[in-house]
Design a protein around this ligand. Structure first.
Ligand code: NAD
Length: 521
């Protein structure tokens, strides 16, 4: 790819050749090697990914370090103008980015076009606004009377205190595959808005749209070295980035095991780290809910994006009085509305899961549920002419896309709370529905998890709704809805779901050093 003043995003992954983006230049990995990459809808080879090493990481970190003094001193208005240009360019190229995101990840094009890509632009606009409105210098609300006066006469009578947020330095941004471009933008926008420079290491499974973002950054005027992208595996590229001595802070989204490893390394090197990790999110459905609404939203919360959303409601607890009605309604809704297949088809609700390895992991959990004697149902409409067959462990074969990685919408009932299928994150279109008898029991079951990312509660009783929501151990709790978001609200998890919060002022705080400034009148 050469430097250009216009962005030209192709509409097919075969026209993309992924290279690292270091100091404003597109370069091959120094290893000279590339990793195979597959289109999950077909199982066929797609564009390969650079297999970068610690040498490429060091080159990128050096570029980011060299760019930091000038970028952090760049007037806020100038940085904000660049961020707004990035947002405009993302919007302009939304259609093709959505197609490529779908070909790389498997999600339906219409979902990427309506959600992922527009939200990427929104993050850049939002943080442009933040820095212009002065979040970089938050004034203390109080002019505290000097409380030390009685201790020493050296302290004058009025103490004025102010906090200042200053850019930290070089950040490492490491991202997963379920929202390939969105999670990059979620971190990149606040990171560079406040004046940091960075090295982004997107997942090796879905690198295409993060790579195309480099073209947008360059055309928008992000100076060389401010945002560098190195593609490759977690071990060969991600870990050297985490360990690099010139990286001051690490923002990571991914699996809890990887997060634990990165957190351990970061802790031993005294680097600041933000960990956004997995989830096994409960939904509590009470007898007095609006059942039609609850069923419809819980179906979506189970299967949207192939169930590959960190806040998917994969454990649904339903009060006994409506349990049978809920399960019946759920089954019916899925059979009627959840079509699985070609992600470029407008009728498709969800597409293939991201990789063959991930598909096999999901099928292992399905087999485990079967071995444990649970009732496992594959909710495929017998009249769906696109479906060729369903295997006994849930693999769906779609006509014309026989090599793709499709899993049937899977409903598991009659399973024990202690089962690994209920306790561990599957991250696929598999939902467990279990009954409960009392409010107390529902809260105990919902909180009986190592995770704590999202939760939903369904009842028409406003007092009960708030009472239960407050007792759930999760970073985000939705009452009678799921997944609606406000970028000004904190997002993150408890326990194995993470250690921090992102978005709005929480991202600004993470990406800056907060200084306390004291003066005296
Ligand atoms: P993953 O942990 O396998 O990989 C995430 C990233 O870390 C990839 O870029 C990978 O290359 C890199 N990596 C792997 N090992 C590394 C190491 N030792 N050092 C440095 N980097 C390393 O996760 P995944 O499978 O790509 O993503 C799915 C997970 O992400 C799920 O658990 C999901 O719940 C979670 N997720 C969480 C959120 C959230 O906001 N909490 C959002 C999206 C996804």
């Amino acid at each position: 790819m050469t430097k250009s003043s216009i962005v030209s995003i192709p509409s097919n992954t075969k026209d993309v050749k992924i290279m690292n983006y270091i100091n404003g230049e597109w370069v091959h990995p120094t290893t000279g090697t590339y990793i195979d990459n597959y289109n999950p809808a077909t199982g066929q080879k797609s564009t390969p990914i650079p297999d970068s090493s610690s040498v490429d990481i060091d080159n990128a970190v050096q570029a980011a370090k060299a760019a930091f003094p000038q970028w952090s001193a760049t007037p806020v208005a100038e940085r904000a103008a660049i961020l707004n240009r990035i947002a405009d360019l993302i919007d302009t190229n939304c259609a093709n980015l959505a197609v490529l995101e779908s070909q790389d990840q498997g999600k339906p094009v219409i979902f990427a076009a309506a959600a992922d890509i527009p939200m990427c632009a929104q993050f850049f606009r939002q943080f442009a606004q933040y820095i212009v409105k002065g979040i970089s210098e938050i004034k203390s609300q109080t002019n505290t009377q000097a409380t030390l006066k009685n201790i020493t006469e050296m302290v004058p009578s009025v103490l004025k205190s102010t906090t200042q947020h200053v850019a930290s330095g070089v950040a490492a941004l490491i991202t997963p595959w379920n929202f390939p471009m969105l999670v990059v933008c979620e971190k990149l926008a606040p990171c560079i808005a406040v004046g940091n420079t960075c090295v982004v290491k997107p997942t090796e499974l879905t690198s295409i749209t993060p790579y195309l973002l480099t073209q947008i950054l360059q055309v928008a005027g992000v100076p060389p070295g401010v945002a560098n992208f190195v593609f490759g595996t977690g071990i060969n590229a991600g870990e050297p980035l985490v360990k690099h001595k010139d990286v001051r802070l690490i923002s990571f989204t991914g699996g809890s095991l990887t997060g634990s490893r990165i957190g351990g390394i970061a802790g031993s090197l005294l680097k600041r780290v933000s960990l956004e990790l997995g989830g096994k999110n409960p939904s509590i459905v009470f007898n007095d809910c609006n059942i039609e609404h609850a069923v419809a939203t819980n179906v979506r919360a189970a299967y949207q994006n192939q169930g590959e959303v960190c806040i998917c409601s994969s454990r649904q607890y339903v009060e006994r009085g409506i349990y049978d009605q809920f399960v019946k309604g759920f089954r019916q809704k899925v059979l009627e509305e959840v079509r699985v297949g070609d992600p470029s088809n407008q009728q498709t609700f969800y597409g293939p899961v991201v990789s063959k390895q991930h598909m096999e992991k999901i099928m292992n959990y399905i087999r485990l549920a079967q071995e444990e004697g649970a009732k496992v149902e594959f909710l495929v409409n017998p009249n769906d002419t696109m479906v060729k067959s369903v295997s006994s462990d849930g693999r769906l074969t779609i006509k014309g896309l026989e090599g793709g990685y499709y899993i049937a919408p899977t409903l598991i009932t009659g399973i024990k709370q202690s089962s690994r299928v209920v306790q561990e994150e599957i991250f696929g279109p598999v939902v467990c529905v279990l009954p409960f008898s009392t409010e107390e029991e529902a809260i105990i079951l919902a909180n009986d998890t190592q995770y704590g990312l999202g939760a939903t509660v369904w009842t028409e009783d406003g007092d009960k709704l708030m009472r239960v929501m407050k007792q759930l151990n999760a970073g985000s709790v939705w009452g009678n809805s799921w997944g609606v978001s406000d970028e000004c609200m904190p997002f993150g998890g408890m326990g194995c779901s993470g250690t921090s919060r992102e978005h709005g002022k929480w991202s600004v705080e993470f990406f800056t050093e907060t200084k306390a400034l004291y003066t005296h009148n």
